[in-house]
Design a protein around this ligand. Structure first.
Ligand code: ZN
Length: 434
């Protein structure tokens, strides 16, 4: 998007929100959201790069994640290893990063008086990272130990199991964290040098035109803008294309399957999943919000209240999860009691009975209106969250939503459409489930 090419509508914010917002685009095409909050003690920044584990080369699973670790380490301007993290901590801040399927996100917060230098150190990751040979081995080990830790987490295990039981030629299938085997042993056996592959990956995918930055400062917008222009203008832009991953991760052979897994923690859980059209394409119609509002309802007459009365469940949630622009899933997660575990099939039966009741009773405008009103109140009277959490909630979504909805995103369904809700509801069928 170029400045001046289109009239950008004003960014919609909560009625109670006194902060000021401004969207700018630097000459290198870096798109930035500036937030000015004179009342804040902490300033924060989050940089989202639109590339993640889906782009890992075959045989080098975890490369995007490994790169995230390496950038954090040092830059040519600040070559002392870990000096960035030390600087942040010494000035009352925190720093972190994550790599998901299609994004890598770097973020921090810090005391307001140390923000300018922190931003300079942060910007240098994206301008001239060091990626030194000597940090390579250590960081592969750090990635490996992170994976060892994930192996003990039921959440990670279940996610990987779900990915594993999907189409082998879809990137969703891949292992994304990386470990000693995928980043050291196997590349070596094939004669590949992990560090040169890392640099290649960085050069191919890190470009200002696919980065989105959110800056949360104490000064006024003009001052923050000057600072951002100065610090980030040198990020290289190669006008890289937006990555898309066509195709469905679940084909017929991956549906209508039942998988039993033994958890590490005690307890039982049931997850029912259907592939659906991503809600992002209809976020004003909010089909998944409508359905999760009903299926996840906890009041009288709800599915959950019946399961609870029977002594079979202690929790239930429903909604869209694991979504991208090209595919998505609707999930129902139920926390089962021991008795519930014995009645797993009955519970699945009740869930489908409830869904067929929704089919028969049709999509109701009054339910949508009620949901829409609740969402309005929630959005406009939301509490302020910590700047670091705020910036990281916005930056990965800037590519998906138009600027006016950067803060609102999917949280305000406003267009009632029977057809669109019905389209998703039709997907929640027994032959599309797993
Ligand atoms: Zn990591």
């Amino acid at each position: 998007m170029a400045v001046g090419k289109e009239e950008v509508e004003e960014i919609v914010k909560a009625r109670t929100d006194k902060r000021e917002y401004r969207r700018i685009v630097l000459p290198n095409s870096l798109e930035v959201l500036l937030i000015s909050d004179p009342d804040t003690d902490k300033c924060a920044a989050s940089m989202d790069v639109s590339v993640g584990a889906f782009s890992d080369p075959d045989g080098l699973e975890g490369l995007a994640h490994f790169l995230e670790h390496m950038l954090f380490y040092a830059s040519e301007k600040y070559p002392l290893e870990d000096s960035y993290s030390k600087y942040i901590i010494e000035h009352g801040g925190r720093t972190n990063a994550y790599t998901s399927s299609e994004h890598t996100n770097y973020y921090f917060d810090i005391n307001a008086d140390a923000f300018e230098e922190a931003l300079d150190r942060f910007a240098q990751f994206f301008i001239n990272p060091l990626m030194s040979a000597d940090a390579t081995m250590r960081e592969i080990k750090a990635v490996d130990s992170e994976n060892q830790k994930n192996l003990l987490s039921d959440g990670w295990r279940m996610n990987q199991l779900q990915k594993h039981l999907s189409a082998a030629d879809h990137p969703y299938h891949k292992f994304s964290t990386g470990n000693w085997d995928t980043l050291e042993v196997r590349p070596k056996a094939k004669g590949l040098d992990t560090r040169s592959e890392l640099i290649k990956f960085y050069e191919e995918y890190y470009s200002a035109n696919v980065m989105h930055l959110v800056i949360y400062g104490k000064e006024n917008l003009d001052k923050i803008q000057g600072l951002v222009e100065d610090k980030f203008k040198e990020i290289r832009n190669i006008d890289r294309n937006c990555l898309r991953f066509a195709g469905e991760p679940c084909t017929s052979e991956h549906l209508q399957i039942l998988v039993r897994a033994v958890p590490i923690k005690e307890g039982h859980a049931l997850r029912v999943v259907w592939p659906i059209t991503p809600q992002i394409h209809h976020y004003k119609e909010g089909p998944c919000m409508y359905l999760s509002h009903l299926i996840g309802h906890e009041g009288e007459g709800s599915l959950y209240s019946i399961l609870k009365t029977l002594g079979w469940a202690t929790g239930l949630s429903a909604g869209e999860g694991d979504s991208s622009l090209d595919f998505s899933f609707f999930r129902v997660d139920i926390v089962l009691t021991d008795a519930g575990h014995e009645h797993m099939q009955d519970i699945v039966g009740l869930l489908f009975k409830y869904i067929s009741l929704l089919q028969q009773s049709g999509i109701c405008k009054w339910i949508f209106d009620e949901l829409s009103a609740v969402c309005e109140t929630k959005f406009h009277y939301q509490d302020k969250i910590q700047p670091i959490n705020y910036v990281v909630s916005i930056s990965p979504n800037m590519q998906k939503y138009p600027p006016k909805d950067w803060l609102v995103r999917s949280s305000l369904p406003s267009n009632f459409s029977t057809d669109i809700i019905q389209m998703v509801l039709n997907k929640l069928s027994p032959n599309n489930v797993r």
